[in-house]
Unconditional design. Structure first.
Length: 325
């Protein structure tokens, strides 16, 4: 650009000065004039160009820093919101069962002799239910805290996952469900009970898992179905996934369901479906624990919901094949 500018400038000088030749001998007026102009242009270029580049770089840095500041502000706001939800949920989750425990205990202490056997049984059942709810919430909070750390400890061991699922179903039904309200159906046929459970569990599936965390995840899914599906069928299915050499577990109910646009959000911490916010159930911890437990085991979890009910399924990898005898 400097060379082209010089030649164009020279042409213009000849045109406006009305001369054909320019004297470039050292000391001539033309030489001095052109030399001064070129020197002044070079000085200006050397002075302003770095300053312009520095200014552009500074503006880019400022813009980048502003973006990072805004990002950190958003993160702080999210952290504050999460802390607020955590405090509200802790308060709610502990207040309700503690009220049940203290009030029923007070009734038993003050009026024990006035109560009949049925009333005492109801009071004791209320205390037990409230204690179980506190125990589950406390365990979920503890697991969520441990598994969210950069380094977490999984006690992996070969486990009969088929038997584990059967055991957790039996335990949760015993603790959270009235026996006279249920009927259970296996692949071989129904047992003589009155509530509609359908179990299709493939036998002999061995997985290398942390039994404590997987038991907790399965319990949360079963308890959710019991709490939010007061009637209808609860179906549990476990089978091998031969394509991926893993397993597929699913639990379906005919309860209140989850809105389609909230199916991913319900697995986030302290996020509760809009259909369950006023329900006397969990507070957005159970499904978050399930998601974390499944993910640290290398699996995936997803929810599907129709007009009636919800299906939650997860996958786990690497079924351990039994040695041939």
């Amino acid at each position: 650009m400097s060379i082209l500018g010089f030649y164009f400038g020279l042409g213009l000088y000849k045109y406006y000065a009305g001369i054909n030749e320019i004297d470039f001998t050292v000391g001539s007026p033309e030489f001095v004039s052109i030399y001064v102009v070129i020197l002044a242009g070079a000085v200006l270029l050397m002075f302003f160009k770095p300053k312009e580049e520095y200014q552009e770089l500074t503006e880019e840095k400022n813009e980048h820093l502003n973006g990072r500041i805004n990002m950190y502000k958003d993160q702080v706001r999210e952290a504050e919101a999460l802390k607020g939800r955590f405090i509200r949920n802790i308060t709610h989750e502990y207040h309700a069962p503690m009220t049940g425990i203290s009030s029923m205990a007070q009734v038993l202490v003050q009026d024990y002799d006035k109560l009949n056997d049925e009333q005492r049984k109801i009071a004791a059942k209320t205390i037990l239910d409230s204690s179980l709810r506190l125990e589950v919430f406390d365990a979920n909070i503890s697991s969520l805290s441990k598994l969210n750390k950069p380094s977490y400890d999984l006690k992996l061991a070969p486990t009969d996952f088929s038997q584990l699922v059967e055991d957790r179903v039996a335990l949760c039904r015993k603790l959270y469900e009235n026996e006279e309200e249920s009927t259970i159906h296996w692949r071989e046929g129904p047992e003589k009970r009155t509530r509609n459970w359908q179990l299709d569990i493939e036998e002999g599936i061995i997985l290398n898992i942390d039994k404590y965390y997987l038991s907790q995840a399965i319990d949360n899914l079963i308890i959710n179905s019991i709490n939010y599906a007061k009637s209808g069928t609860i179906a549990i299915n476990l089978k091998r996934d031969n394509e991926k050499e893993g397993i597929i577990f699913s639990i379906s109910d005919e309860g209140i369901g989850i809105p389609p646009d909230e199916l991913d959000e319900v697995f986030e911490e302290f996020i509760v479906s809009s259909r369950t916010q006023s329900f006397a159930g969990g507070r957005g911890v159970g499904l978050a624990v399930c998601k974390k437990v499944i993910e640290v085991h290398g699996g995936k979890i997803k929810a599907e919901s129709k007009k009636i009910g919800t299906t939650i399924w997860f996958t786990l990898p690497k079924v351990i094949k039994a040695a041939k005898s």
